[in-house]
Ligand binder design. Structure first.
Ligand code: SIN
Ligand code: FE2
Length: 210
């Protein structure tokens, strides 16, 4: 594992044969563009707390952009072309967001990644994401690209079975995690986010869903 010479240069860490953390891949100027893009998505499709099949409510606020948006309700998880809250199509993925997703996927060895879905997760302090797999997509040949903005968090990365051991990966503003190939269906989650220098943490999860 090689650290870059300069603090703000991206550096790579490996979580598996086809799973990587790219530290600070998002430069500050790009982070500002992303914040603006995220605000425009949220203005068109507001954050909401989705119901999960067990009947509970997710602690993180979620919305989507792209041709397909990830949805959860009492009946289960699925991708929808329209925002169920408005009945309108999800807003398109803003260009600075899809550009970053493609760069990150290519850096992990997945050339030609064209995300058709970006889930926006907003973590207020003390909210979390339980251990789960991303398994609602049609073709697992494409990777997951996950971008962290704002408050730091501890990402938990497990194995292919829920009971497999996990590693805890601290993620900071600008870090990008990509997992695909043999690592595509690994369990993962986020520990409760601690309050800090930002009002919240935003995670962007780019996928090829359809
Ligand atoms: C997720 O897996 O849905 C979110 C991951 C993260 O917030 O880092
Ligand atoms: Fe996930």
């Amino acid at each position: 594992m090689q650290r870059a010479l300069f603090d703000d240069a991206p550096s790579d860490e490996r979580l598996g044969p086809e799973a990587f953390v790219f530290r600070r891949l998002v430069q500050e100027s790009v982070a500002e563009e992303l914040e603006t893009a995220i605000a425009s998505v949220i203005a068109a499709a507001p954050l909401r707390h989705m119901t999960v099949p067990g009947g509970g409510t997710m602690s993180v606020g979620t919305t989507s952009c792209g041709a397909l948006g990830w949805c959860s309700d009492a009946r289960g998880y699925r991708y929808e072309p329209n925002d169920p809250q408005s009945g309108r199509p999800w807003p398109p993925i803003p260009e600075p967001m899809s550009r970053l997703a493609k760069i990150a996927a290519a850096r992990a060895g997945f050339m030609g990644f064209e995300p058709d879905s970006c889930l926006v997760n907003r973590y207020a302090p003390r909210t979390k994401m339980g251990l789960h797999r991303d398994a609602d997509e049609r073709d697992f040949a494409w990777p997951i690209v996950s971008v962290s903005i704002g408050l730091p968090a501890t990402f938990v990365f497990g194995g292919l079975r829920r009971r497999d051991p996990v590693v805890r990966v601290p993620l900071e503003h600008g870090d990008v995690v990509v997992w695909g190939g043999v690592d595509r269906l690994r369990y993962h989650g986020v520990l409760p986010v601690r309050p800090g220098a930002w009002p919240h943490r935003t995670n962007l999860t780019f996928r090829r869903a359809g």
